[in-house]
Design a protein around this ligand. Sequence first.
Ligand code: ZN
Length: 330
Amino acid sequence: MRFNKFFLSTTVILIVSFSFSFTASALSKPNPGSKISYPPVDVEFKVVKVSKHVYFVQGKAGAATENKGFISNAGFIVTSEGVVIFDALGTPSLAVRLYEEIRKVTQLPIKYVIVSHYHADHIYGLQVFKELGAKIIAPQGARVYLASDAADTLLATRREELKPWISKTTHIVVPDQYIKTNHQFSLGGLDFKITPLGNAHSEGDLTLLVAPDNVLFTGDLIFEGRIPFVGQANIINWLKALDDMRDVNVSAVLPGHGPLATDPNALIDLTYNYLLLLKDNMQKAVDDWTPFAKAYEAIDWGDYMFLPAFDEANRRNAYNVFLFMEQNSP
Ligand SMILES: [Zn+2]
């Protein structure tokens, strides 16, 4: 009798705990007051602890529509007063995954999301954290993106390409604060130093240094393991920003795409050399009045051809740089 009772109560506990975990993942709704629930996304999602306070998750290599939108990196910093997130991933469902990982580490509130730049793969998760009361901080150039037709057009396209994770309920969140000049704030005894870089990879980029851990988030100034995305970049400023980043003394560098490194120089070269190849060749084409298609065919792409996203991104990247050099040649 005693045994049966024990067996029964154990079974009840098992059923209750099973149905609890099932309900939690099926709803994917971090904010109980929210009217929106997000479809769960089954991707390998491995958070690594980088330093005493900083955690990092690395997206998969590839183009924006691959891997269920999980192609960009994000991180979070746990202080004694709350959490700061860096970048919000490419869908609300991925942001919920990130939130679940944060909750494994701390129950403290999400205070801020610092956004490296306003591109789809880093901002579609913002609404999840905004609903939870986080303040959204972005570079000044995000205003340009928000005012552009491209923001709405791309969201409409992604609703088709990344169904069901991008849907009618997905919307672009406007920042609470724009960063124009170097900005520093403290939370829970940690200092956060934000450096805006103006128009480089995007219309506005910023980096974040977390002191005292001495960890640098670079956003998409650095791509690793795939062809960089050029878009409306100012390639001259982008190259200069990378040059300025060489030899900085940090304990870890966390890029916008690809694995982290302890030495920034180890990470910079792929992006830098690729951009330089584009810039030099397109500058020459413009100077010599060579048509784009002819100039493009003549370039030796070497090992870049074998990197993820080459087919999707390379020709468009080159064309964007061609247009940029044309508009900016003396
Ligand atoms: Zn990106």
